[in-house]
Design a binder for this molecule. Structure first.
Ligand SMILES: Cc1ncc(COP(=O)(O)O)c(C=O)c1O
Length: 403
């Protein structure tokens, strides 16, 4: 590593922060779909749902057009609406909170721990007589403290909607996120998990998502809600065995997944374990290369969980540096390396400040982490040279800007 670090040379080409890995099988399956005459929700969505349910060990998997749509459908399926409060971490993408607002309910934002995950103590302290659900986020591809969340939810009769946008392929106590098995010790718990297949996620369908649940009644309700509240989907109406008749049983949404997206998903899912293996290998390279630096902290690992490394987020030790996080990212960019920030805490966004009355200082741990955090490039199509270029650049920026 030392020789590499001494021999810094700016990359000639820009290393993007994230890129999808689309193979020939995905392309062939999409072409097959386009030629089949059936491009919207149909047989390929059914296949992808069955494969996903088997992969996660879930009773039900429902394809949707984004994780946002999945979270929205799950909340609606649980009957969350005006007057209800839903507890979620402030350290998340705005979608987690926005869907609560869409349903006329109130997001109650809570702080995180040093592992960047929702703090169960803060969750318990925020429960009121209006609380109906908890939406934990499995930040970066490592699970939050699920047992603590399930325990609190069971005690207070709350539903749990897990935001697993980052956590396709993540395990907790050896079980897949979204699996029925995770909550087998909590038989009364109502629960659903929503995944994202957005372009930069562990697997992608361009835009897309999946909801899993063990709850037969909820699954049925979500399926109807995800397609206009119609009693039958188009595949059941237009396929040769179908009938034209349907009834609208609720004012549902247009949240369904297309067969074009599912064609990608079927093959991406088969490659998921390989993708995660590569992400973990690159994360280990970062961990080892940054272990000796007092100018930054590498992600905290829990021994009882794997890390699917959707993100590799480091925290700068700003006391040891003469530059702030924004300048650190600028200096990476000058070296042709992309980076990003996950996340601007939800409560600092103008909408949540102006409409829900949040202020800077309300959730201090997330605010402090936000000031110093950045995500480095980490994806399966990177080469080890790309990973080394990032390592060398980070070392040089740290030593050039040491206090
Ligand atoms: C934590 C989190 N939740 C939800 C979403 C929304 O996912 P999608 O783009 O699939 O709707 C994202 C997207 O990045 C996310 O990071």
């Amino acid at each position: 590593m030392q020789t590499l670090i001494q021999a810094e040379q700016t990359r000639e080409d820009f290393l993007p922060f994230a890129l999808p890995s689309i193979g020939e099988e995905e392309i062939a399956e999409v072409v097959d779909t386009l030629r089949s005459g059936w491009v919207t929700t149909g047989p390929k969505v059914k296949r992808f749902e069955a494969d996903f349910a088997a992969y996660t060990a879930a009773s039900h998997a429902l394809g949707v057009n984004s994780c946002t749509a999945g979270l929205h459908t799950a909340l609606a399926g649980l009957g969350i609406g005006p007057g209800d409060e839903v507890i979620l971490p402030t350290f998340t993408f705005c979608a987690t909170a926005n869907v609560v607002v869409h349903l006329g309910a109130t997001p109650v934002l809570v702080d995180i721990g040093s592992d960047f995950q929702i703090d169960p103590v803060a969750v318990e302290e925020s429960i009121t007589s209006h609380t109906r659900a908890i939406m934990p986020v499995h930040y970066a591809g490592q699970a939050c403290d699920l047992d603590a969340i399930y325990e609190i939810a069971t005690q207070h009769k709350l539903a749990v909607i897990e935001d697993a946008a980052h956590a396709v392929g993540t395990t907790y106590h050896g079980k897949q996120i979204g699996s029925d098995l995770l909550a087998s010790g909590y038989p009364r718990l109502r629960r659903a998990t929503a995944f994202s297949f957005y372009a930069n996620k562990n697997i992608t369908t361009g835009e897309g998502g999946m909801i899993t649940t063990a709850d037969d009644q909820l699954a049925c309700k979500m399926r109807v809600l995800s397609l206009h509240g119609m009693s039958k989907d188009a595949w059941k109406r237009y396929a040769d065995s179908g009938s034209w008749f349907y009834e609208v049983v609720s004012a549902g949404y247009k949240n369904n997944m297309t067969d074009i997206a599912a064609a990608l998903g079927i093959h991406q899912l088969r490659r998921l374990d390989g993708f995660i293996g590569t992400r973990q290998q690159f994360a280990r390279m970062y961990d080892e290369a940054f272990a000796g630096l007092d100018t930054l902290k590498t992600p905290l690992m829990h021994a009882d969980r794997n890390h699917a490394y959707h993100l590799y987020a480091i925290c700068l030790n700003l006391q040891e540096l003469t530059i702030d996080r924004a300048e650190f990212i600028n200096q990476l960019k000058e070296r042709n390396i992309g980076a990003s920030v996950h996340f601007i805490p939800v409560h600092l966004h103008p909408f949540y400040r102006d409409h829900l009355g949040y202020r800077r200082g309300d959730l201090p741990r997330a605010e402090a982490i936000y000031e110093s955090i950045l995500s480095l490039p980490l994806y399966p199509s990177m080469s080890t040279k790309d990973v080394n270029d990032v390592i060398v650049a980070v070392h040089h920026i740290c030593s050039a800007n040491r206090r």
